[in-house]
Design a binder for this molecule. Structure first.
Ligand code: LMR
Length: 355
């Protein structure tokens, strides 16, 4: 995997003024409304356009998954569908892309499940609970099973359809001092991506969590707006966070996954044959993404280590246990945030012997 070029981190939505980004949103919305309003037969000459917006670079598991979906969707529909992938917050930042999907300015997204509260689906934050998944296999079982289905069912009332869960492995945490014991977090400001569950576990460690868009993290770390953050190796590498942090701790304390979502009105308005072909493309792109995620992250950590710019601390079992003990009250707290139903489903899905 190659590291992102500096230019990749260049002119993104973060650089747009508020008026410019509003213009993009409105222009996209008008196109979306026009397309949604026309019968597909009337658009027969034109390929059906799918704008797929996301916030990571193209050389991450999600970026590669989006490109794979494009390739397969265009192939299986014989060119009747054209997918435009906008990576690296090039079109929209975190919150804007959710609004853009609702307005029909884009048709497909794959936000991390930590960012679903603005959609009115904070139950997705249950997947951010600390030390929830023992390993990747357990994560995959849970999202493929009743929990995943239940979560997607929650989206239906919001006019959004969930198509797939995409993996990006376990988070690490970084700062400019070693984070080994819970006391090391005391008083440090950590960027979080949106989940109140993550907010809670950082607070339990004595940290001061703060939500920032993904595209703003590098600069926030560089300028000291925040002292640290959590993310997966592929995101540390491709966003170059490792260049502006001195220490990373790997304790597998939380997991990062995405839900691929579409605007339901758009999706259900597609001719059934095309929707079937796109479903097939999505299923295969999902298998592909989930099959490369672990390796991509292993390669990323090796590259970060080889850079010599940061010290990586892999926590021992007792050290991990101390984090876990400190973060465990998050579960009780989460009942009031995500509700008992999803917690119960999760409890059933996860083999309690592993925890
Ligand atoms: C983050 O905001 O840290 C992640 O959700 C980014 C991503 O999409 O991997």
């Amino acid at each position: 995997m190659s590291t992102a070029r500096t230019a990749d981190r260049g002119p993104r939505a973060v650089g747009l003024g508020a008026r410019a980004s509003l213009r993009v949103l409105l222009a996209g919305a008008v196109t979306g409304v026009l397309l949604l309003g026309l019968p597909f037969a009337a658009q027969a000459q034109q390929p059906i356009g799918i704008k797929f917006s996301h916030v990571t670079t193209s050389d991450t598991p999600k970026g590669k998954g989006a490109e794979k979906f494009k390739e397969l969707a265009e192939k299986y529909t014989g060119g009747k569908v054209k997918v435009e992938v906008y990576a690296n917050s090039q079109l929209y930042k975190d919150k804007e892309e959710i609004e853009a999907l609702q307005l029909g300015a884009v048709q497909m997204l794959a936000p991390s499940t930590a960012k679903f509260a603005p959609l009115g689906a904070k139950e997705f934050e249950a997947l951010d609970l600390p030390f929830l998944f023992a390993d990747e296999e357990e994560y995959a079982q849970v999202t493929k099973g009743p929990v995943g289905k239940w979560l997607f069912h929650k989206l239906e009332a919001k006019g959004i359809s969930g198509l797939a869960f995409w993996d990006n492995g376990f988070h690490m945490v970084s700062a400019n001092r070693p984070l080994i014991t819970p006391a090391d977090f005391q008083g440090l400001k950590f960027r979080i991506s949106g989940s109140k569950v993550a907010d809670q576990y950082f607070r339990l460690l004595g940290g001061l969590p703060q939500i920032l868009a993904f595209s703003e993290v590098y600069q926030a770390l560089q300028t000291g707006v925040v002292d640290g953050c959590e993310n997966t190796p592929s995101n540390y590498l491709t966003q170059k966070f490792y260049e502006v942090q001195r220490h990373i701790s790997a304790a597998d304390h939380a997991h990062l996954q995405y839900a691929v979502i579409v605007n339901t009105k758009f999706w259900n308005g597609l001719p059934a044959e095309i929707r079937g072909q796109l479903d097939k493309a999505m299923n295969e792109a999902t298998d592909y993404t989930n099959s490369i995620a672990s390796k991509e992250n292993e390669d990323s950590i090796a590259q970060i280590e080889a850079s010599g710019k940061i010290t990586i601390h892999v926590l021992t079992q007792p050290q991990r246990q101390a984090w876990k003990t400190a973060m465990m009250p998050t579960y009780e707290w989460a009942k009031g945030r995500v509700g008992g139903e999803v917690l119960e489903l999760l409890g059933k899905a996860i083999d309690s012997r592993t925890h």
